[in-house]
Design a protein around this ligand. Structure first.
Ligand code: FES
Ligand SMILES: [Fe+2]
Length: 456
């Protein structure tokens, strides 16, 4: 039926589909699902070491309830939450010299899930050899506990990326950031730098230069993908790049500050793992990259980062409406976005590339192959998130021409693929985070402001 107007696109509410559906294969996380099996080929952070210091710590990851603990001998365990005897939660258990004791009938499980004790049980000798508690291998890195939840025979080594070991820099555990949405939305956000010029310019928290719309290119890398976003700022051309290390790691790189000096490359300031809790929620685990001489206590830094807002729901609704952040943008897409309803544009190329890689990787796992980004070697693995700043005059052509900027971004991408940015170069350590990055929302004063009617 035609509308009364000549434009079929206008007032189309009644004619448009409202019940869309997500791409199930890429968003499911449970055991036995295509996406869940793919994710189970990798190490995932499930807790910070600081979270397991006082008592057993209950977590949910990849749709499974788990308990994480450190026994008194120092060994770390990641076990199924419910006791294999009759199901009591081990979060109420007692940590022993070796293993954890269930509070109900006192069975003790080692970090590998073997049954060490069955108090009062006459058949204990035999049953301890037959019974077990579900356990996953754990690995400690950067103040975090990682678990490998896949088939034991396919367990890869823990991947060591080049950015963990940069002269003059150190790493420290960052903040925990839970999101009430599917993990794929969080990674898509990371490969969608177009939003930085809108959402984060509204926020007004970042450098003014962020509000300028970049020219963006995306490339596949040996371990995932990356975007390169080029801007002509003042008399320089700034290329910001962020990479995804498959399946669920991305980096945050710097924001341009007036007075920035020229640089060939720069380290990220935070690496972020997005661990699916289940299909409808996930947690970002941050790892901070800091100057060696940064002695701010971790909890102080992390509280400041969270207080800066935008990455959590822990802000008044009115403020979130006025100055929305990544949390609000991603979670309001729905707990799982309806992919079938989307109307994508050219700026979504990164999202499309990410999903294509993910689908292919899932197929590879289904076919019994190692997926893209799974690292079997124990050597140092190159990464591709970096910033480059050059004199605008060194870029051939007019840097205000979008084509010229795009050509520059593509050249830098080629350069990075040939010679990864953090390999074999002198890397300037990051400056300390600027004070305004930690200031209350909206105090920066720069960037594109929220429209006046949003203040009402
Ligand atoms: S339920 Fe755990 S020991 Fe009985
Ligand atoms: Fe963002």
């Amino acid at each position: 039926m035609k509308t009364s107007g000549s434009n079929e696109l206008a007032y189309a509410g009644y004619r448009m589909e409202i019940n869309g559906h997500p791409d199930i294969d890429i968003t499911q996380t449970g055991r036995g699902t295509p996406g869940g099996e793919y994710l189970r080929r990798f190490w995932h952070p499930v807790a910070y070491e600081s979270e397991i210091s006082a008592a057993p710590f209950r977590v949910r990851a990849l749709g499974e309830d788990l308990v994480v603990f450190r026994d008194k001998s120092g060994a770390v365990g990641v076990l199924h939450l419910h006791c294999s005897h009759r199901g009591t939660s081990l979060e109420y258990g007692r940590v022993e010299e070796h293993g954890i004791r269930c509070c109900y009938h006192g069975r003790v499980f080692g970090v590998d899930g073997t049954v060490l004790e069955m108090p009062g049980e006459r058949a204990a000798e035999r049953l301890c050899k037959e019974y077990k508690q579900g356990a996953y291998p754990a690995h400690l890195f950067g103040g975090m506990v990682f678990a490998y939840m896949g088939p034991l025979e396919l367990k890869p080594p823990f991947p060591m990326y080049d950015k963990y070991d940069i002269p003059g820099m150190k790493i420290a555990p960052g903040p925990r950031m839970p999101f009430a949405c599917n993990w794929v939305q969080v990674k898509e956000n990371a490969m969608d730098p177009a939003h930085t010029a809108i959402l984060h310019a509204w926020e007004g928290r970042f450098a003014d230069e962020f509000a300028q719309f970049p020219e963006i290119t995306w490339v596949e890398t040996p371990v995932g993908m990356a975007y390169l976003a080029a801007r002509h700022v003042h008399n320089k051309v700034w290329v910001r790049s962020t990479d995804i290390l498959s399946p669920n790691i991305h980096s945050l790189t710097s924001v341009f500050e007036s007075g920035e000096t020229l640089k060939e490359c720069s380290p990220p300031w935070m690496t972020i793992w997005t661990t699916p809790v289940d299909d409808h929620s996930c947690v970002n685990f941050g790892l901070c990259h800091l100057r060696e001489d940064d002695h701010t206590p971790n909890d102080v830094r992390n509280r400041a980062m969270l207080a800066a807002g935008g990455q959590t729901e822990d802000r008044p609704y009115a403020e979130r409406q006025r100055i929305p952040g990544d949390y609000d943008a991603m979670v309001s897409q729905g707990s799982i976005a309806s992919h079938s309803l989307e109307q994508l544009g050219t700026l979504d190329q990164g999202v499309v590339m990410f999903r294509r890689q993910l689908r292919q990787a899932i197929k590879d796992v289904q076919a019994g192959r190692d997926p893209h980004g799974l690292i079997r070697s124990s050597g140092v693995v190159p990464t591709y998130g970096s910033d480059q700043i050059v004199e605008a005059s060194s870029v051939p052509g007019n840097p205000d021409d979008p084509e010229i900027l795009m050509a520059h971004a593509r050249r830098v991408a080629e350069q990075y693929l040939k010679s990864p940015p953090l390999q074999g170069k002198k890397i300037p350590p990051l400056p300390p985070m600027p004070a305004h990055a930690f200031s209350p929302a909206g105090t920066r004063g720069g960037g594109q402001k929220a429209p006046a009617n949003a203040d009402a």
